[in-house]
Design a protein around this ligand. Structure first.
Ligand code: NAD
Length: 491
């Protein structure tokens, strides 16, 4: 496991020499230490990325040439699939099959953007029809420059890939800052970059805390673009910092996404997707459908089955077989989730299931899958993101009611609709104020499709061609082609 910073193609100690602990959330034990980067380290990393962008070959390579590097990264990740998945379990606490899925998706993301880089070679001259025939014009895509990628801890390697892969494909150079909770797999991008011979300075990795290593990236004049994923308050700080020198910024922030279950839904299907929508990845999912709205007539039988299945979820170490709920990522997050549960209880909501630490597990940051009912629409627990295995369930009477309740939120990342009525699914999908709508499912995420939120859930879109555009400028090139003089001043 790496413990240094990856800058200009080399592993170097942080300027301060300070390190911080990597803690396994399943055992609460210190398993490693990594470097605590600061503004001096960020400056070195940005300088390397700037040099690689301004004077290096990277942005001038053809898309096909860059695609070769991206595919080599994907191959390396796939070859180390088991090892990287175990590293993610150790660092994040999630169950192994989920970690494996993340790492496979990480490789897939590099493959997808390799294809996009190649396509750019073929399609990078979009002719524009103008209203004056004396001119021709075309739009050309160019890399934005040096990209700062700041990512959270819930899908450590995958969230980094969502930024690093499109940025590299576009021809940008990158300074990546992983979350201080989960540095390990992100650092492996450095080993992989070295192994495949990525030119020095194209990818730089600075580990460290948000204020020490994240903020200096957002403030650095050498950075052209910030791709940020994290909480709303940090997103707001990032945007404020980026405003000082008008950096291009995209933000993927939090959510409190609704799932509307209409009474024509099969109860087994509804229960399966409610469970997957909130308990997968310990509920540490920005798009988790943590507010469930159930049509009144279905409520009682559905709750009975939901509680029954929730109680069966096996909680434990991510490497244990059949475990479906691992440890919460850190002590801090564990305490935050427990506090949220206490707040829900104090506000008068009913704990229908779970509500604390699982019995019989003495070590590790484990929390039972928890279901709340009977909360007010304006209550904290119904309105605020908990980012843990806690779901709130309410009833509704009419479709109109459900739409109003679902949209009554400052967030707008995702929404799920369960109904056998296709027309209703389409109608309600259109009425949702959210960037990602799932019908008869919740959470499936595809590299090809746009990802991002309405309202305070963010600005811009990641993934697919939209995620590629994040790292590209569009340049207009217009030519005067008439043989006649322009004859405005000189007649
Ligand atoms: P966070 O905002 O605390 O931290 C995110 C990253 O920002 C970390 O790397 C952190 O070190 C860094 N950071 C902290 N302060 C900073 C500052 N002042 N300047 C620059 N960087 C700074 O979020 P988190 O706890 O790591 O992640 C959980 C949040 O992320 C949740 O709100 C979740 O919904 C959101 N999230 C959103 C998506 C999405 O796609 N919309 C995906 C995953 C997570």
């Amino acid at each position: 496991m790496q413990d240094k910073l990856f800058i200009n193609g080399e592993w170097i100690a942080s300027a301060s020499g300070k390190m911080f602990d990597v803690i396994d959330p399943s055992s609460e034990e210190v398993v490693h230490q990594v470097s605590a980067g600061n503004a001096t380290d960020v400056d070195l990393a940005v300088t390397a990325a700037r040099e690689a962008f301004d004077n290096g070959p990277w942005p001038k390579l053809s898309g096909a040439e860059r695609a070769g590097y991206l595919r080599a990264i994907a191959t390396e990740i796939n070859e180390r699939l088991d090892e990287l998945s175990k590293m993610e379990v150790l660092d994040n606490g999630k169950p192994y099959p989920e970690a494996k899925w993340d790492i496979e998706d990480t490789a897939g993301c590099f493959e997808f953007y390799a294809d996009m880089a190649e396509e750019l070679d073929a399609n990078n001259n979009e002719n524009i029809t103008l209203s004056m025939e004396e001119f021709t014009s075309k739009a050309v895509k160019e890399p934005i420059g040096v990209a700062g990628a700041i990512v959270p801890w819930n899908f450590p390697m995958l969230m980094a890939a969502w930024k690093v892969a499109p940025a590299l494909a576009a021809g940008c150079t990158v300074v990546l800052k992983p979350s201080e909770m989960t540095s390990l797999t992100a650092l492996e991008f450095g080993s992989i970059a070295q192994k495949i011979g990525l030119p020095a300075g194209v990818l730089n990795i600075v580990t460290g805390f948000g204020v020490d290593a994240g903020a200096p990236i957002t403030a650095h004049p050498g950075v052209d673009k910030i791709g940020f994923t994290g909480s709303v308050p940090t997103g707001s700080a990032v945007m404020t910092a980026a405003a000082r020198d008008i950096k291009n910024v995209s933000l993927e922030l939090g959510g409190k996404s609704p799932m509307i279950v209409f009474k024509d839904t099969d109860i087994e299907k509804a229960v399966e997707w409610i469970l997957f929508g909130i308990f997968w990845n310990q509920g540490e999912v920005c798009s988790a459908t943590s507010r469930v709205l159930v049509e009144e007539e279905l409520y009682e039988p559905l709750m009975e089955r939901l509680i029954e299945e929730t109680k069966k979820i096996k909680i434990g170490h991510g490497m244990e077989e059949d475990v479906l709920l691992g440890a919460i990522v850190s002590k801090q997050q564990y305490e935050k989730v427990l506090e949220a549960i206490e707040r829900g209880k104090a506000d008068g909501a009913t704990v229908a299931c779970g509500g604390g630490r699982p019995a019989g597990i003495d070590k590790g940051y484990y929390i039972e899958p928890t279901i709340f009912t009977d909360m007010e629409e304006d209550s904290w627990i119904w309105q605020e993101e908990i980012f843990g295995p806690v779901v709130c369930v309410k009833t509704f009477k009419t479709e109109e009611d459900a739409i109003r309740m679902a949209n009554y939120s400052r967030f707008g990342l995702a929404a799920a609709i369960m109904s056998e009525d296709e027309a209703r699914g389409e109608r309600v999908a259109k009425a949702m104020q959210a960037g990602i709508i799932w019908i008869n499912c919740s959470q499936p995420t595809f590299t090809e499709a746009p990802w991002g939120g309405y309202k305070q859930s963010g600005i811009g879109r990641e993934l697919g061609k939209w995620g590629f555009e994040n790292y590209l400028h569009t340049k207009q090139i217009t030519r005067y082609v008439s043989d006649d003089p322009w004859a405005w001043y000189i007649k």
